[in-house]
Every structure is written in C-alpha cells, then in structure tokens.
Design a protein around this ligand. Structure first.
Ligand code: NAP
Length: 247
C-alpha cells in the first residue's frame, strides 16, 4: 500500500494509537502532520521516529475541541502543503464516572474533544478535499460505542456520536469521491488504559477471545488500509479491532 505524495493529518498523533498511525502512514510514503494538544515532547518523539524510518512529518499544536484553533491551523497546513488527502480523527480523552457523580464539565469536555473535535477537523478539510474530488476521513471510535460501558456514559456517547457522524459524512461526501469510515478499537495498551488495575485487566482479558490486549499497531494497520487506494469501495463502515471482544 503506497501513500506516496499524499498529505495526512492525524489528530492526537503524539502518543499511543495516534503515534502508531502516524508511523504507518509515513512508512507508506505520506507526509504526516502530527497534531497534539499539550505534549510537545511526545509529538517531537513521533516526528523523530518517522524521520529515523526515512519519512517526513511536522508537528501541529491545537486543541481539536477549539473550533477557531482547529480551523486556523488546518487552513495554514493546507496553504503550506497544498492539500490534505487523509484526515484521521484520533484525538480523544476519557473522564470516567458513574452518572450520578459525573460532573457537567466532564460530560462537556469529553463530548467536545471526541465528537466536536472530529466535526471541527472534518469541516476544516472538507472543502479542499471536495475541490480535489478525493479524500479519506477515518474516525477512531470505540467498542463501547456499540456495547456501552458502565461509568463511561460521556465517552460511549461521544464515540457512538462519531459513528453517526461517520455514516452521515460518508453519504454526504461520497458524490465528491471522499470515503469516510470508522475503526472501533477494543482494549488497546496505551496511556489511556494504563490506569486499569491488574484485576480489571484480568477480567477484560477473560472476555477477549484472542486472549490479549490490542497494540496501537493493530489499530494503525487497519487505518492505513482504510486510507489507501485499496479501500476505495469502502465507505460508511465501522471496523472493529477488538480481538473478538464484541461481535
Ligand atoms: P492516549 O494514549 O491517551 O493519547 C491521546 C492522544 O490524543 C494524545 O496524542 C493527546 O495529545 C491527544 N489529545 C487529547 N485531547 C486532545 C485535544 N483536545 N486536542 C488534540 N489532541 C488531543 O490515547 P489512545 O489510547 O492512544 O487513544 C487514541 C484514540 O483511540 C482515542 O480517540 C481513544 O478514545 C480511542 N480508543 C482508545 C482505546 C484504548 O483502549 N486505548 C480503545 C478504543 C478507542 P497530547 O499528547 O498533547 O496530550
């Protein structure tokens, strides 16, 4: 799969799944804009790893939840590079809690980052993709969008919203040659899941038919496929990457 001469933007590319996606896309030949919100050092490490492997990338700092900041930074990227061919809406955060204890700010922040962030970035790339009559948008949802999860009402709702966004944009943008899909990872070994206790991990492992946590690269390989020419007849789909946790 080659992405030679393509320009990709990966939100939340500084760490975890986003970093693995950046490495895969750059490894296939794309120029990658590595977005991050706070952790410049981690973003620079992603860029160093890409450079070490012979790829090209730049860091792009903005909060995806901030409409003005996202629009401005992406317009400047399009100005510099001439286009964005691939957008991966990966940036995400969780602020877990049972419904009765969940603070309004925790609801708002998770929805704003995970769902509004994808709207902000998709809107910012859409016009340029429509003009070129080609493009790929891949949204990183979650298994809990489909299964639900106690203690994650805000997170599950944001990720289920991403699936609705994916299907609506797929219909809206298909006439302009743009494919929009989602991946729904299960439990992936990253900073986001590092707070789990050993007991919680063991319990979830017991429910995963493939008997292991996923790696960021398990997800990145599917995103690379969806971004490639080989996936040109796939749109509006949600691909589970969960070791069989949810079927
Ligand atoms: P992670 O290790 O916590 O990394 C999160 C990334 O998102 C970081 O690069 C972070 O940037 C960035 N980010 C967070 N808020 C942002 C904002 N407002 N604007 C821009 N960037 C922001 O998470 P992960 O586990 O790799 O998860 C990546 C995606 O996969 C998320 O959407 C997550 O919901 C989803 N997912 C994860 C799992 C899992 O088990 N890990 C399962 C299903 C879905 P900084 O470095 O600057 O903080």
């Amino acid at each position: 799969m080659t992405l030679k001469d393509k320009v990709a933007l990966v939100t939340g590319g500084s760490r975890g799944i986003g970093r693995a996606i950046c490495l895969r896309l750059a490894g296939a030949g794309a120029f990658v804009a590595v977005n991050y919100a706070r952790n410049g050092q981690a973003a620079r490490e992603t860029i160093r790893l890409i450079g070490e492997a012979g790829g090209e990338a730049e860091a792009l700092c903005f909060d995806v939840a901030d409409h003005g900041a996202a629009t401005g930074a992406i317009a400047a990227l399009i100005e510099r590079r001439g286009r964005v061919d691939i957008l991966v809406n990966n940036a995400g955060e969780s602020r877990d809690g049972l419904l009765v204890r969940m603070k309004e700010q925790d609801w708002d922040r998770v929805i704003d980052t995970n769902l509004k962030g994808a709207f902000n970035c998709s809107r910012a790339v859409a016009y340029a993709m429509m003009k070129r009559r080609s493009g790929r948008i891949v949204n990183v949802s979650s298994v809990v969008a489909l299964s639900g999860n106690a203690g994650q009402a805000n997170y599950s709702a944001s990720k289920a919203g991403l699936i609705g966004l994916t299907k609506s944009l797929a219909r809206e943008l298909a006439p302009r040659g743009i494919c929009v899909n989602a991946v729904a990872p299960g439990l992936i070994d990253t900073d986001m899941t590092s707070a789990m206790t050993e007991e919680q991990r063991e319990r979830v492992l017991g429910e995963i038919p493939l008997s292991r946590l996923g790696t960021p690269d398990d997800v990145a390989g599917v995103v690379l496929f969806l971004a490639s020419d080989e996936a040109g007849y796939i749109t509006g789909q949600v691909i589970g990457v969960n070791g069989g946790l949810y079927m």
